[in-house]
Structure formats: C-alpha cells, structure tokens
Design a protein around this ligand. Structure first.
Ligand code: PHE
Length: 339
C-alpha cells in the first residue's frame, strides 16, 4: 500500500517526465541537448534529486519507486541520444555545406607581363654572339673620365670628345654617365690576357638632342675580340654573320668609312630593308688602335683585334618597323603589348 511519501515522489516523477518530454521535443541543437542532459540527467540534475528522495521512503516502498525513476531515466536518456545523433548529423552536414569548395570554379587569371622589346632584342643579340663564341660581361654605368675617354685614346682636350656630349656627375668632374660601352673594353683587357672575346650589353647616356632616332638614354652592345692574327676580314665576317642571323635575308648592309680615336681603321655599318631607300646607321666599328692595346699592356706587334658597338634601339626599330625611338620609353601599353 502506497504511503504519502511514495505518492509524492511518484507524482513528482510524473511531473518531471511531462516537463522533460516537452522540453525534449523543443530541443533544436547539440548544444541544447547537452544543456538538457545537465539539467535532468546530470549528477546534480533533477532526476538525481528525486533519486536522493528514495532514502526518505520506508524500505518496502523503495524498490517500486526506484524502478519507476530508473525507467524514467532510461526513457529520457534514450530519447535524448536519439535527438543528439540527429542534430549532430544535421550540424555536420550544414558545416560541410558552408565550408564547401567548388573545385570546378574557374581560377582567376593573372596578367602575365613580358620582356620589353629592348630586353628581348638585347637577349637575342647576346645569344647570337654567344653562339659565335663571345662571352657576356658588363661594366658600370657611372664611369671615370679615364675609362670613358682617356684610355680610349681621347686625352682631355681631344676634339673627338665633342662627339660624345656627356652628363657629368655634379661635384665630380672626373665622373660621368658612360657615353658608350667601349670603356668596358679597357676594364676587361686590364684583367685578362688575350684571347679576349667578349660581348658587353648596357645602357649609355648622351646629351643628344631628342628626336626620332636619338634619345639621351639608349642601349648598346659592344663587341671585342683580341688575339693573334685578327684582321679586318674577321670584323667584316662577324658583322655580316650576325646581321644576317638577326635580320634575315630581307635586309642588306653596307660598310662606310668613319673615324674613332680608339680604332684604326674605323668604319660604320648601315642597314636597310631591301628595296627601301633609307639606310640606318646601326654600329661603329674598327680595328683596335695600337695605342689602346698599349694602354692595357698588350703588345700591338703581337696582338690585334676588332671592336664594334651597336645601338640596340636602332636594331629593334629596323627589324620591327618602329619609326620613333621615343616609343621605347613612353610606356604606352599598346606599344609594349605589340611585342
Ligand atoms: N663606342 C662607339 C660609339 O659609341 C662605337 C664603337 C665601338 C666604335 C667600338 C668602334 C669600336 O659610337
């Protein structure tokens, strides 16, 4: 026969069940499930509280009440686990969906740059000369008067200096922006014994008037070959070979006498597209002057050599039909993209 206490406990259990089942149905996330577990099934939860109450019952009635409470605990636990699994699955799916990468999405296209035409032509020419056995070397763009002029057989008052109207460095009357790549001839020969066979690309600077074929900064490639028995025939052969290699068969070249203090004899080379009536001077050349060889302690009786310096912009203008040298430096993207 049930006592008052037992009735009270069972009633509380029923209330608890009623309330818990309602809350269970309202659960909507893993987090809420965990909160529910603490509230009802935890060590200090409401069910534990009721189970504590068993102690106050007369021993004969404990078993019955205990069975009811345990059944309630099992029901709630089972129901909670079901919901928990369901939410865990749904939440995982939602997370995967949110973090999903669409690997079929096309990538973003990066704009690829390209080498400036001057750089392209410089490399193309270097390659030709490397195939002919020349080695690429470079020298400084700021030069001393000695290397730019004096060692090249142009003492201080030499009138030929006027042909290379120069930018001097303020405060240093001995320093200037090199007016040609020829000073590198001296630098190389000072440190080597023949055979010397080098190609020297680089920027040059002159206080020239700016017009369609002149620019105060431009690029040259210098060639120097010194050894026993080098003759004008080597010079002409090398020049004709590289011109044909670079321009192809549709161009022709002519040699014209010239004067440079550091070569003797000296000449210049003109090139034109066959059929055109416009020749363009592309390089100055000559046999290295004995005075230059002596300056670097080469015996001119033993060694001879040739040198030439070509204008990279002019080579590019002829080959690619650019009719104004200023186009190279204006950074007009339409021009740059053409090549
Ligand atoms: N340095 C000369 C110039 O800039 C070109 C040149 C180079 C001439 C080598 C002869 C020999 O005009």
């Amino acid at each position: 026969m049930a006592t008052m206490q037992q009735d009270g406990l069972i009633q509380k259990a029923q209330q608890l069940q009623h309330q818990a089942v309602q809350e269970l149905q309202a659960l909507s996330s893993v987090k809420e499930c965990e909160e529910f577990r603490v509230k009802y099934l935890g060590r200090k939860g409401q069910l534990a509280h009721l189970l504590d109450g068993l102690k106050t019952l007369p021993p004969a009635e404990r078993a019955e009440a205990g069975r009811i409470l345990n059944a309630l605990k099992e029901t709630l636990t089972a129901e909670l686990e079901k919901r928990l699994t369901q939410f865990a699955l749904a939440e995982k799916e939602a997370r995967l969906r949110a973090e999903a990468l669409d690997v079929t999405l096309p990538g973003r296209r990066h704009k690829l740059g390209s080498l400036h035409l001057i750089t392209q032509v410089t490399k193309e020419l270097e390659d030709i000369f490397v195939r002919l056995g020349f080695e690429v070397v470079t020298g400084p763009e700021v030069e001393t008067d000695y290397y730019n002029f004096e060692a090249l057989n142009m003492p201080k008052d030499h009138p030929a200096r006027d042909d290379w109207d120069s930018f001097y460095i303020e405060g240093f009357d001995d320093l200037l922006l090199r007016t040609h790549t020829s000073p590198v001839q001296i630098r190389v020969m000072q440190h080597r014994r023949p055979p010397v066979k080098v190609v020297v690309p680089g920027k040059c600077f002159r206080r020239d008037a700016t017009d369609a074929t002149h620019s105060p900064v431009f690029h040259q490639i210098e060639m120097l070959w010194v050894d026993r028995g080098i003759t004008l025939a080597h010079l002409k052969g090398t020049i004709l070979a590289f011109i044909e290699e670079f321009f192809g068969k549709n161009f022709e070249a002519r040699f014209v006498g010239d004067y440079f203090p550091f070569t003797e004899p000296s000449l210049q080379v003109h090139v034109r597209r066959k059929g055109s009536d416009r020749w363009l001077e592309i390089l100055g050349a000559g046999m290295v002057d004995p005075a230059v060889l002596q300056e670097v302690d080469y015996d001119p009786e033993e060694y001879t050599g040739f040198a030439f310096g070509l204008g990279v912009e002019r080579m590019a203008m002829l080959k690619y039909g650019v009719d104004d040298i200023r186009m190279f430096y204006q950074n007009d993207i339409r021009f740059i993209e053409t090549f």
